[in-house]
Ligand binder design. Structure first.
Ligand code: CTP
Length: 426
């Protein structure tokens, strides 16, 4: 236990002192619970802070915010609060029990001692607690034999209805398997399969399902092993009964995840689901694709991308394979794609597709004109959208190598002239 005590001391000293001061003043016991003690034991990493208070969590949060100079945001229905403005996120909850009125719905909560609060949780490994309010020795409370489960690599659920009450825990389980190197034990796996077969996911909202699935597909660690577990436990059919994922698809996604790491940074954040869904959508027709987007309550701004993600990829593959394709045609099909789709192209292992994609990344994509629209206006052209079109045509001529940088102005002027001639004829 000495190791853990040392690590607990690494918690920001000011924060620790503030917690102790407030808990002693209010006479409440305060514990660090869930992910933080789990990760401290398994990897020494200290993640988000979840505190449980035996007492009034909201009152504690308000008092702590005062001492630390942050703000407390209350979620009274659940007896929880979030402290902000401290550099790190701090969640504070009243020790509570939960009662699920109906499966997959949000629970009703009631105050309780810590030991009962721990028993309502998803897996034993998330039940470790470290009392912070008292000061050293920061003993680890292990009321559910979590340390033994960790030693044996086991993800064990704490009660038989756990997955029926909250089926997102099955998805969390797969995420923990991959991230923590543990494995659902036989009973948990049996319960997971039974919950899926009994339709535990039917009542789960699209938002919650999407959040958990997307979180599961974040591009860290082995995305293939998580996907293959999804398939094994029958969870792909939760998204759509027609979804299929072959061994080849898994290899493709795995390679693409590696390619993605080597791609130059972009303004858009990398999102693992955008790597996976274009592949998954290869097994769905248009209607099933729409139903899947509906089931996941895909955000309106992502819906068109998702529905077209496979079609756009396939179209790009076709153009990249065509022996007659010119650089400007390659640029046209690759430019609208997201980085995740570019990674899928690189991972396809098809020589023309890979060669064109690499050439586009290294050379074509960044080609920009020396000519500007202002120069065309200065040369007597009327400002308007035709200038933009002439610039695009000029860039495409540069990509194809049919003009050099010196020839840009002349080419753009002749484009504008022929466009106005055509317009005059119509
Ligand atoms: N929890 C649960 N069932 C859920 C979600 C959460 O029982 N569906 C419990 C777990 O005990 C978990 C705690 O609530 O440890 C806090 O949840 P959260 O912060 O989401 O998870 P962490 O375990 O901290 O995981 P991560 O490190 O991935 O955030």
């Amino acid at each position: 236990m000495q190791l853990l005590e040392d690590r607990a001391r690494r918690i920001d000293r000011d924060l620790l002192e503030a917690i102790q001061q407030v808990s002693q003043r209010l006479g409440y016991r305060v514990y660090l619970v869930g992910g933080a003690p789990r990760d401290l034991v398994l990897s020494g990493r200290l993640g988000d802070f979840d505190l449980v208070v035996e007492g009034e969590g909201e009152e504690f949060a308000r008092a702590l915010a005062e001492v630390l100079g942050g703000t407390a945001r209350m979620h009274s229905r659940f007896g929880t609060a979030e402290l902000k403005g401290l550099g790190e996120r701090l969640d504070i909850a009243t020790a509570r029990t939960e009662c699920y009125g109906s499966p997959a719905a949000l629970p009703e909560v009631e105050p309780s001692p810590l030991t009962e609060d721990l028993l309502r949780r998803d897996f034993s490994v998330n039940t470790l607690a470290i009392e912070l309010g008292e000061g050293p020795p920061y003993e680890v409370l292990d009321t559910c034999h979590a340390l033994e489960d960790m030693k044996n690599g086991r993800l064990r659920v704490l009660h038989d209805d756990s997955f029926t009450d909250d089926p997102t825990r099955i998805l969390r389980g797969i995420r923990f398997e991959s991230r923590l190197g543990l494995r659902l034990d036989d009973a948990a796996e049996r319960m997971a399969r039974a919950a899926v077969a009994d339709g535990a996911f039917d009542a789960l909202s699209g938002d919650r399902l999407r959040r958990e699935v997307f979180r599961l597909l974040e591009p860290v660690g082995s995305i293939e092993s998580r996907l293959s577990r999804l398939g094994e436990l029958g969870l792909l059919s939760i998204l759509n009964p027609g979804l299929r994922l072959s061994g080849e698809d898994l290899i493709w996604i795995g390679r693409a995840a590696t390619e993605l790491e080597g791609l130059p940074p972009d303004t858009a954040e990398v999102e693992g689901w955008r790597l996976v869904f274009p592949v998954l959508y290869g097994s769905l027709d248009k209607r099933a694709g729409e139903e899947t987007a509906d089931r996941l309550s895909i955000r309106p701004e992502d819906r068109d991308w998702l529905l077209g993600s496979r079609r756009d990829l396939d179209h790009a593959i076709e153009v990249l394979r065509r022996p007659s394709s010119k650089p400007h045609e390659i640029d046209r099909v690759l430019r609208p794609l997201r980085r995740e789709q570019i990674a899928l192209l690189l991972a396809l292992g098809d020589p023309p597709v890979v060669q064109w994609t690499r050439r586009w990344l290294q050379e074509l994509r960044s080609l920009s004109l020396t000519l500007t629209g202002q120069e065309l206006v200065d040369a007597g052209c009327a400002p308007g959208p035709s200038i933009g079109r002439a610039l695009v045509a000029t860039r495409e001529a540069r990509l194809d190598g049919s003009i050099t940088a010196e020839g840009e102005l002349q080419f753009a002027l002749s484009e504008l002239k022929s466009e106005s001639r055509k317009a005059g004829r119509e």
